[in-house]
Design a protein. Structure first.
Length: 124
């Protein structure tokens, strides 16, 4: 039996984290929740993560800054950005940094799950 894919959700909004957790687990994936980019970076739970779903604007490090730090460190899983602030400059920064997708909030469930399935299918 193949291992269960692990998705990290990095978002400062507890309601968003819980909703994402419920959604991701309903598709049979494991979900790890982080309230900030800093919490994610300090976590010992980074190993084995197959994809990161991250908010753009958070207190402290932004999602773009998290992406930059992970790029600086080297190999990391694909990232899907979600945001209420869809400006073109931020979108381009995320995509140019290697993001798989840049989705608006409220998140279209079909789009998010489609992105996750694309990532996970490409990895298997």
């Amino acid at each position: 039996m193949p291992p269960v894919p692990v998705i990290a959700v990095v978002d400062d909004d507890p309601a968003i984290r819980e909703a994402m957790d419920d959604l991701i687990m309903s598709f049979g994936y494991e979900c790890r929740l982080f309230a900030s980019a800093e919490e994610f970076l300090e976590s010992k739970q980074q190993a084995g993560i197959d994809c990161i779903v991250v908010d753009v604007k958070m207190p402290g490090l932004s999602g773009i800054e998290l992406q930059s730090e992970l790029n600086r460190r080297g190999d990391h899983p694909p990232m899907i950005f979600v945001t209420s602030y869809q400006d073109e400059r931020t979108r381009n920064a995320a995509l140019n940094g290697g993001a798989l997708a840049f989705l608006g909030k409220p998140v279209n469930i079909v789009s998010l799950i489609g992105c996750l399935q694309s990532v996970l299918n490409a990895q298997s």
